[in-house]
Design a binder for this molecule. Structure first.
Ligand SMILES: *Cc1c(COP(=O)(O)O)cnc(C)c1O
Length: 418
């Protein structure tokens, strides 16, 4: 581990844990005990990431965007470290409450919310969970009022600035997120008529990075200005998440202090600052293990077939995301470096985990790791191709989620609708 454990209880909290920092022996042991594909998550690293965030933003509220990784052990670790929870659905709200987050620290960000989500969240609120609902459309206020909700309300604003490494993760200027900037003041008044208006919210999407802080600063500045202009000053202004993590070996770690300084400098208002990172909390606390199942020389490249694919890790297929692939085989010293296409078991051209990856000459049975997969990895796994979802374990070998079975795949068929 790069966080060299000195044995006296102090552990250095480095800015990033690289795929090479995971102890290969330990990962090999876990793969042989639990099989592959296997997600490994390290709650100690989750805790370190939380501590770095709280250290960089001592005067702000830091909420974890739960959708990045909802594993119970992750939620409990984050809650214990002192973060709140930002939830994207009733299911996430339920999981956050069950993991021990105090309702006052839970925000439900309702994007075009299904009726069932609002029904459930309003019911929990009526039972005493004093959570906050963030609305991104006036009609959502109507839907809440119809259900008798008059609790804490936050208005999501479209700041009309965008940042992000890929068009599909740039949410700041996509029209489906938040009320239009020019309508924000009126929407805040409308919220005060329905319930208790407590906050403003915006999220520009992922990709806040060292050389791209300008969009973040513009967003923070616009939100602070808006908060100041309201008749009734909100308790808090959330400026979203999107803190970048280095996926490539050559990427420098995010300068969290620089992000915090830039945020504070642009945040010129009386409300409390809220940030809500997801990826940053968990990405480098997880790694995916997969076994080589087939090797084939072609005219173009060496194709390495593995037992993890787009149903295990969707991000490469969905976003062209890059994840480092490493060989964990114990006997690689004398193997020739070989440029490879790493492909999964699904009959789709998009089922590629990496192209032009140099690996020690691959052999069937080799163990590979796919790095920095703690965020949006297992969460986006599916059973397409009737492929059971993988298992998840902690670095200590505790089961987080058991491996799905073939029987699990059909257990929803033929029953009664609930
Ligand atoms: C997804 C999301 C986040 C977290 O984004 P990251 O890139 O994982 O930090 C924060 N806020 C909202 C509203 C989101 O939808």
């Amino acid at each position: 581990m790069s966080e060299s454990n000195t044995g006296d209880g102090t552990t250095e909290n480095s800015a990033v844990r690289r795929p090479a920092d995971w102890e290969a022996d330990r990962l090999r042991d876990l793969a042989s005990e639990f099989g592959t594909p296997l997600y490994v998550v390290d709650p100690d690293r989750v805790r370190q990431n939380c501590e770095r965030l709280l250290g960089a933003f001592p005067d702000a509220t830091v909420d974890y965007a739960v959708k990045a990784n909802t594993a119970r052990t992750v939620l409990e670790t984050v809650e214990d470290a002192g973060l709140g929870a930002e939830c994207a659905s009733a299911g996430e709200v339920r999981r956050a409450l069950d993991a021990g987050f105090a309702p006052e620290e839970v925000r439900y960000t309702a994007v075009n919310p299904p009726a069932a989500d609002l029904d459930a969240v309003v019911e929990w609120w009526r039972e005493g969970a004093d959570l906050t609902v963030t609305v991104g459309a006036r009609t959502t206020l109507d839907a809440l009022a119809e259900r008798g909700y008059d609790g804490r309300l936050c208005v999501r604003v479209n700041p009309e600035v965008g940042a992000g490494h890929h068009a599909k993760v740039t949410t700041g200027d996509a029209p489906q997120f938040g009320v239009p900037f020019d309508d924000a003041t009126d929407a805040a008044s409308a919220a005060s008529e329905v319930g208790e208006f407590v906050g403003l919210h915006a999220h520009v999407g992922s990709g806040v990075s060292g050389d791209d802080l300008s969009a973040h600063e513009v967003l923070v500045g616009r939100m602070a200005m808006l908060a100041d202009e309201l008749d009734e000053s909100p308790e808090f202004v959330s400026v979203g998440g999107g803190f970048g993590v280095p996926y490539r070996r050559e990427d420098p770690p995010l300068d969290l202090d620089a992000v915090a300084d830039a945020t504070r400098a642009a945040f010129d208002c009386d409300a409390r600052l809220v940030v809500e990172p997801g990826r940053y909390v968990v990405a480098d606390a997880g790694i995916l293990l997969t076994e080589v199942t087939a090797v084939k020389e072609t005219a173009e490249t060496t194709v390495v077939g593995v037992d993890a694919g787009m149903t295990t890790l969707l991000r490469p297929a969905l976003y062209d995301a890059y994840h480092e692939v490493r060989s964990l085989s114990a006997s690689i010293d004398d193997r020739v470096p070989t440029s490879c296409l790493v492909a999964g078991p699904v009959c789709e051209t998009a089922d590629v985990l990496g192209e032009e990856r140099v690996l020690p000459e691959p052999k069937r049975g080799d163990l590979l790791s796919v790095g920095t997969t703690g965020a949006y990895g297992y969460e986006m796994a599916s059973t397409y191709n009737s492929r059971p979802r993988p298992a998840v374990v902690t670095l200590d070998g505790e089961t987080v989620a058991r491996r799905e079975t073939l029987a699990d795949l059909t257990r929803l068929e033929g029953g009664e609708q609930s």
